[in-house]
Design a protein around this ligand. Structure first.
Ligand SMILES: *[C@@H]1O[C@H](CO)[C@@H](O)[C@H](O)[C@H]1NC(C)=O
Ligand SMILES: *[C@@H]1O[C@H](CO)[C@@H](O)[C@H](O)[C@H]1NC(C)=O
Length: 459
């Protein structure tokens, strides 16, 4: 029994059996959308796939048909916060004057193409997040959460004050933002205690106030699954996309929908060291820690979000795929028009349509030849016979047998180490006794029956 326990303990330390806590979304695709050159994008916003806005420290530009055109240019101020408000067709942005001291929030109309001043803050705590709901603009900083009325005279209501200057919201998202504050749902990320919360606002007659905060996701390892058991490792941003709450968790993009948490891209806690990798096999994709997240408008039919990283802007889309539910056998049939990817774990399986794969491959920069994935090294193995590629080469026999030999050796090593440890303990136990000359004693050896030692008189 002891031998078994020791052997087991040793083997688990050498051979980690990680819990399966990742649930990938079967219909999500990630592609490189834009790679900035010589500019540092700080914020992204999108109306739909065709109309995207990027903000840098010195202004806002619109990307349409591959062309970047300036929308807002700042000369004597720096842009500190940005929010694209879908239901008002406008952009809110905050600027800090170059001489310091004055923070100004502006609203830029996407239709009229001009900005108006919304509010001025005579303090130097720039906004961490802006979000619009109904006729209000929510502004979160390290100091407080306020609501700026956009209807008349822009009175500012203090909703929450942060004592330690630490409990602030790092990001805000609003579900159903065009509805009244009662019906809209406001979500926030609290970086200090690593939680995603729901913030409730109440408007009675003239008085707007915060009526409660519920925890939605609490700090943990970043496990997927039911909302009650799921957790976040390091929440950074939230966004609302057609009934789904998207959130950036460390180096991943995840979502909450119908009480279930799943992963769309990357793995929390497993960041790209150098170049980012995007692959149809989700588990093989690796990104650096995102700097921003934006989702398209409720008025659109698509399911697209943009993730800003230090390297690029990544488009993450969700779409129906007839192949998604197929087993491996169904998936790789030549006539099925589906491709297959698998990894070492049971959650690492994916069947996808060849047409979608081709679109993904064409969108990569540089473009990828889909069949070349079969030869790729890494945590994903592809079988793309159904997409007209040659059958993948079976995994190199040498590698396989080498891995097999290593496994056997590790196992034998474990057994040997355990047996050695056990023997040492037995000897140790014998030495622990101070044996009177000529005495006899008995000891048990597990499962081996009765062993009798005759001690030698000490000399
Ligand atoms: C985290 O902070 C939020 C906002 O202050 C609070 O509502 C929530 O209860 C905190 N959660 C934990 C686990 O401390
Ligand atoms: C990253 O990508 C660039 C261009 O594709 C390549 O030249 C470079 O070697 C890559 N770096 C690493 C660490 O893979």
């Amino acid at each position: 029994m002891q031998l078994w326990r020791v052997g087991c303990g040793l083997c688990t330390c050498l051979w980690p059996v990680l819990a399966e806590t990742r649930e990938y979304l079967a219909n999500s695709w990630s592609t490189s959308f834009y790679r900035p050159h010589d500019v540092q994008i700080r914020h992204v916003g999108l109306v739909n796939e065709e109309t995207v806005y990027f903000a840098t420290a010195s202004g806002v530009s619109m990307l349409r048909d591959g062309l970047l055109t300036p929308a807002v240019e700042l000369h004597d101020a720096e842009l500190t916060a940005f929010h694209l408000c879908h239901h008002r067709s406008s952009i809110f942005y905050e600027t800090l004057s170059k001489d310091g001291g004055v923070l100004t929030v502006h609203e830029y109309s996407l239709l009229a193409k001009e900005s108006v001043k919304v509010a001025i803050f005579q303090e130097t705590v720039p906004a961490k997040a802006l979000a619009c709901v109904d006729h209000l603009l929510l502004r979160a900083s390290r100091a407080n959460l306020v609501a700026v009325s956009l209807t008349h005279d822009a009175p500012i209501t203090l909703l929450q004050k942060f004592k330690e200057a630490e409990d602030f919201y790092g990001s805000l998202a609003v579900a159903f933002p065009a509805d009244s504050v009662h019906e809209a749902q406001i979500f926030g990320v609290v970086p200090r205690n690593r939680t995603v919360v729901r913030v409730k606002l109440q408007q009675d007659s003239a008085n707007l106030h915060l009526s409660g905060i519920d925890e939605l996701l609490t700090a943990g390892e970043g496990a997927d699954g039911l909302l009650e058991t799921a957790s976040v490792l390091e929440p950074r941003f939230v966004a609302w996309l057609h009934g789904k709450l998207l959130f950036v968790d460390h180096c991943s993009l995840r979502q909450v929908v119908d009480g279930r948490v799943s992963t769309l891209l990357g793995t929390p806690g497993d960041c790209a060291e150098g170049n980012e990798t995007l692959q149809p096999a989700f588990w093989a994709s690796k990104i650096t820690a995102p700097l921003g997240l934006a989702a398209e408008s409720e008025a659109t039919a698509g399911h697209t979000s943009l993730l800003l990283t230090a390297k690029q802007v990544i488009e993450v889309t969700q779409e129906e795929d007839a192949c998604a539910e197929s087993s491996r056998a169904e998936c790789v049939k030549a006539a099925a028009g589906c491709g297959w990817a698998e990894g070492d774990r049971s959650s690492q399986r994916r069947c996808f349509s060849c047409k979608r794969l081709q679109r993904w491959a064409d969108a990569q920069r540089p473009t990828v030849e889909p069949c070349s994935l079969e030869a790729a090294q890494g945590p994903a193995r592809y079988d793309l016979v159904g997409c007209g590629c040659a059958p993948p080469k079976p995994p190199a026999a040498k590698d396989d047998s080498a891995a097999g030999v290593v496994r056997v050796m590790v196992f034998l090593g474990c057994l040997g180490a355990a047996a050695y440890w056990y023997r040492q303990r037995q000897l140790q136990r014998r030495d622990d006794f101070v044996m009177p000359a000529g005495a006899q004693f008995h000891t048990f050896s597990d499962g081996e029956g009765y062993v009798r030692y005759d001690s030698e008189p000490f000399s």
